[in-house]
Design a protein around this ligand. Structure first.
Ligand code: SAH
Ligand code: F3S
Length: 498
């Protein structure tokens, strides 16, 4: 039975990407057909992000473009889901009166029912979690039945897109309450999923073609649950996921530096499938700023953690997040962030201009004091410093051979193919077509290859490098087996280091 067409657009983080996949899977199972033309769809859902004001403005502007299509088609249902829906439902309705439904990230299992409610009663439908309890401990909460689990449990991925490298949620919410951050308010209390459910999901995804899984949590390393009364911490969960035979790589994001324990480094060292990569946001290189952010670690503790990680796992690469222009950030604080970047030699960094979020401690404490111009300059300075570090690190890899999980065509090749398709031509493969994949340490590698290489591990000899990308050529014999081994005569850098 067809319920009509649905268009779902995703903004924000990996958690939102996963939420969208799950919501779309639910709707598909009910008979909705996903489409790519927003203005012509029967149901339009925007999965929103609230981390910065800019993301909310973007969502509002997308919603604005739906006013006319909705006037033309009174039956169209417009929904706002995700963090912005949870944070400011009244603001959304006030500014976008054509919105029919809002649904917070903790209630997404209700989306099909909400759409029905709007359809039948022509009223607004709302589902928010605002009351999510923080009274119990994370472990107690993990053991409580959580109705939104139903969403993850009903996962039924569409064939094709995203099957090779799916995300798996292992934890919801966050208890850290960094003073700048809205996530604990929008996603609620920290809650870890039962290990058995995570493993079942990993097995199901492996059966559908997954070769790499990324375990998701806001502070994924603080994962804790129980298995038959025995506590299971994150290092053990990694070991259990790594036992799923068809899965060749296991990654996880995001780690919180405050409670990172060495058993996770041990898992990375001892389990060949666990990739040597961490996303470990620092936010600032100044102790005074970290304190005001309530990050629960000092700069030297952060540096020690990375040094310890590299002792356990010499190949470890680390990506980090920085916020520039947090309230009261001085030039000295900013210089300290530059020094931290130089000290840690990150693989890459994500830099965000501080954006004051209503309801957070930082917003209650005082004004957003650093001007936009200063934030912009500091943003550029951190990125420029990091770019030189990334370029130098990548140049060192020229001449080495790296293990790559081949993800698909590079953007340019995919574009050329789309053009052929839209002209009604048969899609052809050219010798020069570039494939793209990632190393274990999350570096992007581009190389000429064939469609049959996609979805497999391959060895690529690096011939050129920029700050963002490695270029290379395929070591052909490496593809003879499904699980490739290192071909004879190839000199490798530290195993797994690239
Ligand atoms: N632990 C989470 C963090 C979510 S927010 C995770 O899964 O990554 C992602 C990043 O956005 C943060 O690490 C921080 O660098 C940035 N950020 C969060 N709140 C912000 C704000 N108010 N202004 C600017 N950047 C912010
Ligand atoms: Fe936000 Fe800090 Fe949690 S950045 S998601 S409150 S760890």
């Amino acid at each position: 039975m067809s319920c009509g067409t649905v268009y779902l657009e995703t903004m924000g983080c990996q958690m939102n990407v996963l939420d969208s996949e799950l919501v779309l899977g639910r709707l598909r199972a009910q008979g909705y057909e996903p489409v790519s033309d927003m203005a012509a769809a029967d149901v339009v859902l925007i999965n929103t992000c609230s981390v910065r004001d800019h993301a909310e403005q973007k969502a509002l502007s997308r919603l604005g473009t739906l006013k006319k299509p909705k006037q033309r088609n009174g039956q169209m249902i417009v929904g706002v889901i995700g963090c912005m829906a949870e944070r400011d439902p009244d603001g959304i309705f006030a500014r976008m009166p054509h919105v029919d439904l809002v649904c917070g990230p903790g209630e997404l299992n209700k989306v099909p029912a909400l759409i029905e409610e709007v359809r039948e009663n022509r009223t607004r439908a709302i589902a928010l979690s605002q009351s999510s309890s923080r009274k119990s401990t994370p472990l107690q909460r993990a053991l409580e039945y959580d109705s939104v689990e139903a969403l993850d449990l009903s996962r039924d991925p569409a064939p094709g897109h995203g099957v090779l490298q799916p995300y798996i949620r292992v934890q919801r919410g966050c208890d850290k309450f960094c003073t700048f951050c809205v996530v604990p308010f929008t996603r609620g209390a920290e809650r870890s999923r039962p290990p058995s459910q995570i493993i079942d999901e990993a097995k199901m995804l492996a059966d559908r073609g997954a070769r790499e899984v990324t375990l998701l949590g806001q502070t994924v390393n603080s994962y804790v649950n129980q298995d038959n009364g025995r506590p299971v911490r994150f290092g053990e969960l990694l070991a259990e996921v790594a036992e799923v035979p068809a899965i060749q790589r296991v990654r996880f994001v995001t780690s919180f530096p405050g409670d990172f324990t060495d058993d996770i480094f041990e898992a990375m060292r001892d389990l060949p499938k666990v990739c040597e990569y961490l996303h470990l946001p620092a936010q600032s290189g100044s102790d005074a700023v970290l304190e005001r952010m309530r990050r629960q670690y000092t700069v030297s503790e952060y540096v020690d953690l990375i040094d310890r990680g590299r002792d356990y796992v010499p190949a470890l690469t680390v990506a980090s997040d920085f916020i520039v222009g947090f309230c009261g950030e001085t030039e000295e604080d900013h210089e300290a962030s530059v020094r931290l970047i130089e000290r840690c030699l990150f693989k890459n960094i994500f830099v965000f201009k501080y954006s004051q979020r209503p309801g957070t401690v930082a917003a209650r404490r005082g004004a957003d004091t650093v001007s936009y111009e200063v934030k912009r300059r500091r943003n550029g300075e951190l990125l420029a410093r990091q770019e030189r570090i990334s370029a130098a690190a990548n140049r060192k890899l020229i001449g080495t051979t790296v293990e790559v999980l081949v993800e698909g065509y590079s953007k340019a090749a995919a574009k050329a193919q789309e053009a052929e398709q839209s002209r009604g031509q048969e899609v052809s493969w050219r010798r020069s077509d570039q494939l793209v994949g990632r190393t274990r340490t999350d570096r992007i590698v581009v190389f000429p290859g064939k469609p049959g290489h996609i979805g497999r591990l391959a060895w690529v000899r690096i011939t050129a490098a920029t700050a963002l990308t490695l270029h290379g050529t395929l070591v052909e014999e490496s593809l003879e087996q499904d699980r490739v081994t290192v071909p004879a005569g190839i000199s490798l850098p530290v195993l797994g280091s690239v």
